[in-house]
Design a protein around this ligand. Sequence first.
Ligand code: ATP
Length: 325
Amino acid sequence: MSRTEEILRLLKGADGYISGERIARELGISRAAVWKQIAVLRKKGFSIHSQPKLGYSLTFSPDRLMPSEVRDGLDTSVIGKEVIYFPETESTNLIAKKLATDGAREGTIVIAEAQTRGRGRLDRNWLAPPNKNILMSVIFRPRILPSRVFLLTMLSSLSIVKAIKETATLHALIKWPNDIYIDGKKAGGILTEFSAEQDRVSFVIVGVGLNVNFDPSLYPEIKDTATSLSVAFGKKIHRVKLLQSILREIEKGYNRLKKGNGFQIHNEWKTYSLITGKPVRIISSGTVEEGIAESVDEDGCLVLRYKNGKRKRILSGDVSLRLTE
Ligand code: ATP
């Protein structure tokens, strides 16, 4: 935890005011250093009242996804226990991969307020202005076969739509394989990456980019295809609450998965599927196929039914899907 974070934790834990002297003593720093960190927090948008003889009191916290904010009131036991936070980084998936390779514990999450190399699938660019959205990667260490990794994408997208319902009363849907849709437009995407040796998965990284308080109409590249929670809800969304809700849902789902109940996740996921039963076009490295999206199986393969009645299982890997209606 950084110094600023530690001071924030003490301010939050204080019943009213906490003296600069006590903060200095608890953290083993000088009072001048405390004052300096208070100035940093104020610059970040925190309102901290100071009163001679009494000390400091936190009166307002901006909606930042800092560890002390995310951990405050989060009752999970694995997911989000460790929060690594960056005001800006290259890509949370890149950082999470490095951390996981170096042995980071399961459930560690990496959060950024902005990314300089945010990616979607196929190295596509992911747009996100600072401090508005949720950009997060979760490290999992599941005991599953590499062929079952899609269950973690399912679990994460399911957790997101459930959290959106709880926090913003919006009915989001999941567009196979990895997108979150609201009102027919893209509100988020998931990028799952994993490392495996033979038949053993050593870690899975699920990266989430969710448009929360973001106005896509300002971005010509996505203005016709993207939306955000605040656009759909008509009001600003509390990002910390939404993120906490997502983390709780992920933990619940992950516990199910660990108990061998992946089928429950799959069954619930199907009820949020945007494409099932609809005519679709599948685009995959130059080839285009059309048919009805009949179902998505537990391993994440799309069952496409052609006009002639024949069926084909399509791996989620590197394909793009368009609704053709
Ligand atoms: P598609 O959505 O075209 O089927 P995909 O699911 O593979 O493709 P991703 O790779 O997940 O898409 O995301 C990258 C694409 O999403 C970009 O090419 C861009 O069109 C779009 N995009 C980028 N940033 C955002 C955003 N913040 N919200 C919605 N869409 C975005």
